[in-house]
Design a protein around this ligand. Structure first.
Ligand code: FAD
Length: 556
């Protein structure tokens, strides 16, 4: 590809390169950005940057409002930091779908004499199709597109079996992943200043976009534009009947408090986690009430922090401990193994792209199971009204905060797929609609793990008992009572026992009895929880477990 261009008068036009930001909204340790800045310095090229907001596409993907808002809040900060640190102007443009995006980007490159576009790989099917289309469009104009692997600690296809195939099971994958990192340690790169003494392009991105699409290219104008997009997105999202029970204003207010989007926020969170919590991670990570995990997932999903940075910070901490003769490494290595799970699912997706179409990894088993599509059961699960306190508390926490603890994700996913036998795809979609960290790959991996249709997933006969999970991980029911205030006066031993819950709340014909004043009085004397508006468990766990195991067994 030619890197130099001449205009109509045979004058050399300044070289112009373009950084296309996607789910990599950071400057530090951004592989494509660093590579582009290096190349630009060598070639004396000018660098511009672009980000496309694609609200219609996000709607089709069911992206949560909180995540759209999180990205929107980040963009003005990213624009300012790019200007201050690298002298690069970020232009934020709005186009509906990925198809529009490929078309507009092609024209933009032509109009502004861009000869090289740099970006980081995205692994989902629509994104791959968009990139393939764009690469073909741009090749016709002699414009190169260079993509880098950046989303994982180690890139897809780098960890394979002796036969060169993808691992189906996590443990050997993790061993090899760890070995690889021991032998070839990584480092993180920061890009260096560009656009100094480099002539700017004749036409800027903003000039080329004028009259074509809505756009902005200063901190304050990006702030205004992104807020407008979030408001419109929120209005559309709220029109969905299935999400009417969610107070979106509350969800947004909480995520804005809990997830600051300024440039320093992810690094500060990583630092706090390493200083305060990582040394107890293995002990406390399964206790939802204790806030013992990093809560970095939303930053990793949107690329506001690099997974390599997270891994290296943990390893540096490990080295410090070793030099202080502290030999307990379990907590740190456990946390690193979670980053490896994130890599594992991405590597699996690259090996089996059809997963993106919500196809199961184990298609045969998935097809053979007679999944339920009972809308009432599903609505009870979504709203946190199943009568199973840990499940309901977890769902109400998700609905209110846009986040759910990992242990609870497993519990509610297993309950939906194994106790209610509802198709895992319904739960998968509901999660993405509400999670600020909603990420197709990890979410699909987690759901298929729970439904036993995935790679290295929970064996179908190992079904979590949501009552004993409550007893083990929320012994005093602190988490349950926080999210189900109506149960504040019910003792933990009742909340963790299916039989006691049935006794307390199982009066199915309560309404009838209410009419009969005498019977109601008797009932109140027998049952102190009679007046509490909380349902009895909607399913008998033991019976459901037995039926589900039989269904899966027959399906095999
Ligand atoms: P930590 O415990 O501090 O872990 C550090 C990082 O490791 C996380 O931020 C995350 O990036 C990664 N990680 C941890 N556990 C897993 C895992 N099981 N699989 C893949 N990566 C992991 N994670 C998402 O980021 N987005 C999702 O949409 C998502 N959906 C899930 C759905 C289900 C049904 C299940 C069981 C898990 C899902 N997870 C998802 C994985 C996990 O629950 C979250 O990453 C974790 O709860 C985030 O909290 P944290 O950042 O405090 O994690």
């Amino acid at each position: 590809m030619a890197d130099k261009k001449t205009d109509d008068n045979n004058q050399l036009t300044p070289l112009h390169y373009l950084m296309w930001f996607r789910r990599d909204l950071r400057i530090d340790d951004n592989t494509a950005l660093s590579a582009l800045c290096d190349k630009a310095q060598k070639d004396r090229a000018h660098v511009s940057a672009v980000f496309f907001m694609t609200p219609k596409q996000w709607q089709q993907h069911d992206t949560a409002v909180t995540q759209v808002d999180f990205i929107a809040r980040r963009l003005p900060h990213l624009a300012q930091a790019l200007k201050d640190k690298l002298n690069i102007t970020l232009t934020v443009a709005v186009c509906d779908t990925f198809d529009d995006c490929a078309e507009i980007l092609t024209q933009l490159c032509i109009d502004t004499d861009v000869t090289c576009v740099m970006a980081n790989h995205e692994y989902e099917e629509n994104e791959i199709n968009r990139d393939t289309q764009l690469i073909a469009n741009l090749a016709e104009h002699n414009i190169s597109v260079i993509r880098h692997h950046d989303q994982c600690v180690l890139p897809p296809a780098s960890i394979t079996t002796g036969e060169g195939t993808m691992y189906k099971v996590f443990t050997p994958f993790y061993k090899k992943w760890q070995q690889h990192l021991d032998v070839s340690p990584m480092s993180c790169h920061s890009p260096t200043l560009v656009n100094e003494n480099t002539p700017a392009p004749v036409t800027s991105l903003a000039e080329a976009l004028t009259k074509k699409v809505t756009h902005a290219d200063s901190k304050s104008s990006i702030d205004t534009l992104t807020k407008d997009i979030v408001n419109a997105y929120q209005d559309d999202w709220q029109k969905r009947d299935a999400l009417k029970h969610i107070n979106i204003a509350e969800q947004l207010a909480r995520t804005r408090d809990n997830y600051p989007a300024d440039m320093d926020a992810p690094e500060a969170r990583l630092h706090d986690f390493i200083s305060d919590d990582i040394d107890d991670y293995d002990t406390h990570r399964d206790t939802p009430h204790s806030h013992a995990t990093s809560r970095l997932s939303a930053y990793l999903t949107t690329g506001m922090i690099s997974p390599r940075r997270c891994y290296l910070a943990a390893i540096e901490h490990l080295e410090r401990k070793r030099s202080n003769k502290d030999s307990d490494e379990t907590d740190i290595t456990r946390w690193c193994s979670e980053l490896a799970w994130r890599d594992f699912y991405r590597h699996v997706l690259c090996d089996k792209p059809e997963l993106i179409r919500h196809e199961a990894y184990n298609k045969k088993l998935d097809k053979a199971v007679d999944w339920s599509y009972d809308e009432d059961d599903f609505a009870a699960w979504c709203c946190g009204r199943t009568g199973v306190p840990l499940v309901d508390a977890a769902m109400r926490c998700l609905n209110a905060t846009g986040f759910m603890h990992n242990r609870l994700r497993m519990v509610v996913a297993m309950f939906l797929t194994k106790d209610l036998l509802i198709d895992w795809r319904w739960g998968e979609t509901y999660f993405v609609q509400n999670l600020i960290d909603g990420d197709f790959v990890s979410n699909n991996g987690g759901w298929q793990w729970s439904a036993s249709t995935g790679t290295d997933s929970a064996p179908y006969f190992r079904i979590m008992n949501p009552f004993s999970q409550g007893k083990s991980h929320d012994k005093d029911a602190l988490f349950i009572k926080k999210w189900l205030p109506e149960l504040a006066d019910v003792p933990a031993d009742v909340l963790h026992s299916e039989a006691k819950l049935n006794k307390a709340f199982g009066d199915k014909d309560k309404e009838e009895k209410k009419k009969d004043k005498n019977k109601q009085k008797d009932k109140k004397q027998d049952n102190p929880y009679y007046d509490i508006d909380y349902p009895a468990p909607i399913v008998d766990h033991k019976a459901a477990r037995k039926d589900t195991i039989a269904t899966f067994k027959d399906s095999k």
